[in-house]
Every structure is written in structure tokens, then in C-alpha cells.
Design a protein around this ligand. Structure first.
Ligand code: S5P
Length: 277
């Protein structure tokens, strides 16, 4: 099964270039850590990405919370991605009809598709959202994650809705590279109706709600440890936000480095344990 394969072997066989890049980066840097940089100032975002850079495979942004956003932010973030060897994921959570998301992805102030290797979407509007996003992202070599499950208490992405996400992904094998999910939602028994097209495809499971010191945030977030996420649940990438940078404008650089190393080590150990078991 996929959980017994190394990131490197999966990278070599993956049909989606950006998934290849991500998995190869994990192998090269020995990290399955994605840092989620949810801060409202450009300087803080860049500072945290630079400090965490050596220890991560991916930086996840919420670009619409940055008060002093400008094109230079994107250029500097891309320069950091080159310097440290990581990918960029804009956590836009698209959720509209195909024609609208096509415009939201390509245009406006942010022009997300022009700089973000990865983005994500909800399947609520139906598969037209995938047609719309793929029309922009696929020619640029981008990849998409579907939010098959969520981390927050009481969320509605469960059961049949989760299964529908997996089935829809199988119909877009050149664009949907994986899922935001809490476990290996792509395992065969989870899909209804027998062997679907693309059965056996390799999906990258990227998982938020990861923290070593806290169980929640008082606003519904629920945290699990890297071992629970990667080793017990078979997810591939841990996403850590406040566990690394604190909150607000972020911790001092040395604390960010310390926490990044800590989560990198915990995530990598969980992966090695999973391979061995
Ligand atoms: O189900 C989800 C999906 C996502 S992408 N739950 C989440 O928490 N996220 C995102 O992960 C969320 O938007 C935030 O950017 C990050 C978690 O941040 P943390 O500070 O709680 O680690």
C-alpha cells in the first residue's frame, strides 16, 4: 500500500509534476512538514517562511489576510521557495461554480495561479469547480487538493461527502494531486461502486490540526500529534501553524527554528516508523 512506499519512490512514479516535486522535496530534505503562515503582515510572513525554510517541504498561505499585500510579497516568497527548496500552497478553499473559480484563481489582485504551486477546493458546488480550476491550473502545471475532510469539531465533510470527493478526484487524474483529510480517505474500501477510473492512483494526503502542546484553540480546531497523523492515520504531510510561529505576528526567529526542527523531527520519525511497521 501507499503508506509502505517511500516519498522518493512515489515521486518517481507520480503522474502530476507538482506532486512529483513535493514528494521529491520531502525525500531530499527529510521533511514532511508544511508550515501554515497565518499572519497579517508581509514582513512577518516572509520572516517566518525564511526561518522555517530549511525544515519544510511547503509553505501554506492565506494571502487574503495580509494587510500590506503587494506583488513584491509574491516575488520574495518565490525567491524564498527557491532559496530553501519548498513549494507554495495558497489555501484559498475555492467553493463556487466553475466559471467564478476560474476567474478567482487566475485574476483579481492575487492572481493565485501565477505563483501558487498548489491550491485547494471544496466539492460543494459539484465537479464543475474542478473543470473551472483545471482550465487555469493544469496548463501551468499546478496541482489541486480537495477538502475531503476537515479538522474542526462538528465539520460536515464526512461520510458520503468524503467519498464523493475521492470519486471526483479520480475523474481529474492530471490535476487533483490529493486531499486535505484526517486519514487515508483514498483507500479502496472507502470508494463506493467497485473499481473506479484511476483506482490505485497515488494521492498526497495533507493534514492540518497538528500540535504537540495543545489539543484545541477554543474555536473548534482539534490537534493531533505527528505520530497520530502520519503513523497511525497514514497521512503524508503534517500542516502546522500556530504550533510553530505562536500567533499574531509570530515568535522570534530562534523559537520558530526550534519549533520547526521539532515538528520536522517528529513528522519524519512518524514516517520512518510507518515504513517499518
Ligand atoms: O480542515 C482544515 C483545513 C485546513 S486547510 N483545518 C485547518 O485548520 N486548515 C488550515 O490549517 C487552517 O486554515 C489554518 O491555516 C491551518 C491550521 O493552523 P493551526 O494554527 O491551527 O495549526
Amino acid at each position: 500500500s501507499i503508506t509502505k512506499r517511500t516519498y522518493g519512490s512515489r515521486a518517481a512514479a507520480h503522474p502530476i509534476p507538482v506532486a512529483q516535486q513535493l514528494l521529491a522535496c520531502c525525500e531530499r530534505k527529510q521533511t514532511n512538514l508544511c508550515v501554515s503562515v497565518d499572519v497579517t503582515k508581509k514582513a512577518a510572513l516572509l520572516r517566518i517562511a525564511d526561518a522555517a525554510g530549511p525544515y519544510i517541504c511547503c509553505v501554506k498561505t492565506h494571502i487574503d489576510i495580509v494587510e500590506d499585500f503587494d506583488q513584491d510579497l509574491v516575488q520574495q516568497l518565490q525567491a524564498l521557495a527557491d532559496k530553501h527548496d519548498f513549494l507554495i500552497w495558497e489555501d484559498r478553499k475555492f467553493a463556487d461554480i466553475g466559471n467564478t473559480v476560474r476567474l478567482q484563481y487566475s485574476s483579481g489582485i492575487y492572481k493565485i495561479a501565477s505563483w501558487s504551486h498548489i491550491t485547494n477546493a471544496h466539492l460543494v458546488p459539484g465537479e464543475g469547480i474542478l473543470t473551472g480550476l483545471a482550465s487555469v491550473g493544469q496548463p501551468l502545471g499546478r496541482g489541486l487538493l480537495l477538502l475531503a475532510e476537515m479538522s474542526a469539531k462538528g465539520n460536515l465533510a464526512t461520510g458520503d461527502y468524503t467519498r464523493k470527493n475521492v470519486e471526483a478526484a479520480r475523474r481529474f487524474p492530471d490535476f487533483v494531486m490529493g486531499f486535505v483529510a484526517m486519514r487515508r480517505v483514498d483507500e479502496r474500501e472507502e470508494t463506493a461502486g467497485g473499481v473506479a477510473p484511476g483506482e490505485g492512483a497515488d494521492y498526497v494526503i495533507m493534514t492540518p490540526g497538528v500540535g504537540l502542546d495543545s489539543k484545541g484553540d477554543g474555536m473548534g480546531q482539534q490537534y493531533r500529534t505527528p505520530d497520530e497523523v502520519v503513523n497511525e492515520s497514514g497521512c503524508d504531510i503534517i500542516i502546522v501553524g500556530r504550533g510553530i510561529y505562536g500567533g499574531g505576528e509570530g515568535s522570534a526567529d530562534d523559537e520558530i527554528v526550534r519549533q520547526s526542527k521539532r515538528y520536522q523531527e517528529a513528522g519524519w520519525k512518524a514516517y520512518l516508523d510507518r515504513l517499518e511497521q
